[in-house]
Design a protein around this ligand. Structure first.
Ligand SMILES: Nc1ncnc2c1ncn2[C@@H]1O[C@H](COP(=O)(O)OP(=O)(O)O)[C@@H](O)[C@H]1O
Ligand SMILES: O=P(O)(O)OC[C@H]1O[C@](O)(COP(=O)(O)O)[C@@H](O)[C@@H]1O
Length: 304
């Protein structure tokens, strides 16, 4: 079974306006409220691809009830742990450029955290676990490392999509895959990553630090893949994004799906990048049809 963990889920409130002017009242042309957070988005993309997963994490208040309801409506299995405080609301303002406001995370009580650890301790080497997104208040910053310490020795394959300290600390526990974007990988090593060649160079440093496979996503510049045996770069044709929210999560879900289906590495990487671009270039998350249509437009070159 595949499990996704979203410690800090959100309602993502997408709102479209003509133009943004500070201090003014803006009338929305349209809006949309969706359950969000990185692990939940991975579960949603897997659902679109007809692969089951169970979403784990913490939810509270009216926002938490909305998130749980939406997962049920979408046919996504979940074992979300209820907390007292309200789950956050993340605002995605879509004018000529996109502006995001991330809401204040709730405080997670120690008992809820213990419940999550208890559930995760039941996983076995048959399971895959996605640990994705930010860490809310009350949860130690090294939570992903603590989870991996318990589960990697049992043979659970971990897909880690985190940033900052949570990513830095997590590497030592040998996650199966990490998927930073180029800003997050740059932050890890205190550098600016500007090109696919830079991303490969620093991706290899992440391998040395413990990751077993690394995808570095670079928005419209595509992505790179590195592991101990190969390095690939994926280029994509230039197109304006329609929606970049969840593009990175789609790359994680795409690679996980392709890996579970036993695809060759290069094909799995192409599928992952196509999933990211299919989400970025259309309304809603990628589907099989959109990925299939986008795949031939991606150029993969083997660098090593
Ligand atoms: N403008 C774009 N055009 C085509 N594909 C895109 C665009 N923006 C993002 N993508 C696709 O989505 C993937 C993830 O995007 P990125 O912005 O790097 O991730 P994150 O959301 O994690 O920051 C990229 O590797 C690419 O495949
Ligand atoms: O937990 P974080 O890092 O604040 O991210 C949460 C946000 O990221 C998203 O999961 C989108 O992530 P990506 O665009 O990186 O794929 C949103 O749904 C959510 O609002």
């Amino acid at each position: 079974m595949i499990y996704t963990v979203t410690l800090n889920p959100s309602i993502d409130y997408h709102v479209w306006i003509d133009s943004w002017e500070e201090g003014q009242i803006h009338k929305a042309q349209k809006d949309r409220k969706v359950a969000g957070g990185k692990g939940i988005n991975v579960s949603k993309v897997l659902r679109n691809l007809e692969m089951d997963s169970t979403a784990l994490g913490f939810v509270g208040g009216f926002a938490g009830a909305f998130i749980a309801d939406q997962l049920e409506r979408d046919g996504i299995r979940h074992e979300l742990i209820k907390i007292e405080q309200e789950s956050r609301l993340n605002i995605k303002i879509k004018a000529h450029v996109e502006t995001d406001i991330s809401g204040v995370p709730p405080e997670i009580p120690a008992e809820a955290l213990a419940k999550l650890h208890g559930r995760l301790d039941q996983l076995t080497d048959e399971d895959c676990l996605v640990l994705a997104g930010s860490v809310p208040r009350g949860v130690p910053n090294d939570i992903y490392q603590a989870i991996m310490k318990r589960l990697v020795p049992k043979g659970v394959r971990i897909f880690l999509d985190a940033s900052g300290k949570a990513l830095a600390d997590g590497l030592a526990e040998r996650p199966f895959l990490i998927k930073p974007n180029h800003h997050e990988l740059g932050e890890l090593f205190g550098v600016n990553i500007l090109s696919p060649a830079d991303a490969i160079f620093y991706g290899k440093k992440a391998l040395e630090a413990g990751a077993r496979n690394v995808i570095v996503s670079m928005a419209e510049q595509g992505a790179v893949f590195v592991n101990s045996k190969a390095a690939f770069a994926a280029r994509i044709p230039k197109q304006d994004p329609v929606n970049s929210i969840g593009a990175g999560d789609s790359v994680v879900a795409g690679f996980l799906y392709a890996y579970e289906k036993g695809m060759e590495l290069e094909d799995a990487f192409r599928f992952a990048v196509a999933a990211g671009s299919a989400t970025a270039l259309s309304e809603g998350f990628c589907t099989h049809e959109k990925i299939k249509a986008f795949s031939p437009k991606i150029t993969i070159s083997r660098v090593e």
